[in-house]
Write a protein that binds this ligand. Structure first.
Ligand code: SF4
Length: 188
């Protein structure tokens, strides 16, 4: 069965797009900015809701949610669930969102032991493991986002190129099932 696509953007009503970076490096967001002058075309068709690009802090109802990064702490879980609840279509952007990516290299280590080693044993950093209640709790592993919420689309790459993101977004905004030609598909 095909994943949902939002109804095409009508001239009178722009689609709303939210983006977030969970446990990622912001490289996928940089790739989005790599669509360069096509950003001007994009803002005619859609407006950005909560996103590091707008600095809006709360989600409103959105048509498309783009998620960069995997899930490594309790705050990531909260933000991701909120985004799923507010977005008609949720897209995992990049390797970290799809399979945990580089941050998931820690998955074979014990988190408690790792923190004790870093904060207790590192020369010059002999201190307690930070435990301020404001700090989000680390999860035992870094999880792909589809292990926490339902995901409609996956765009591979580390990061996917600006051209790839442009093609995907314009397909979705145009109400079409997104299709990537071979040249736009990458896994590195
Ligand atoms: Fe950064 Fe690559 Fe992860 Fe994107 S997929 S957040 S570019 S490490």
């Amino acid at each position: 069965m095909n994943a949902p696509v939002p109804p095409p953007a009508a001239a009178a009503k722009k689609l709303k797009i939210a983006t977030t970076s969970l446990c990622g490096c912001f490289g996928c967001h940089m790739s989005l900015l790599d669509i360069d002058e096509r950003l001007l075309e994009l803002v005619k068709l859609a407006e950005f809701d909560r996103s590091p690009i707008t600095d809006i802090k709360h989600f409103g109802p959105c048509d498309i949610g783009l998620v960069e990064g995997g899930v490594c702490n309790s705050e990531n879980v909260h933000v991701l669930r909120e985004m799923r609840a507010h977005c008609k279509v949720l897209v995992a952007v990049g390797a970290c969102a799809i399979n945990g990516g580089l941050p998931a290299e820690r998955n074979h280590l014990d988190v408690g032991e790792m923190l004790k080693k870093v904060y207790g044993d590192m020369p010059g950093l002999q201190s307690k493991v930070p435990n301020d209640p404001e700090l989000p709790l680390l999860l035992d592993k870094v999880y792909p986002i589809n292990e926490i919420v339902r995901v409609d689309y996956f765009i591979p790459g580390c990061p996917p190129s600006g051209d790839t993101l442009w093609k995907y977004l314009t397909d979705l905004i145009g109400g079409r099932q997104p299709r990537l030609e071979y040249q736009l598909l990458r896994f590195d």
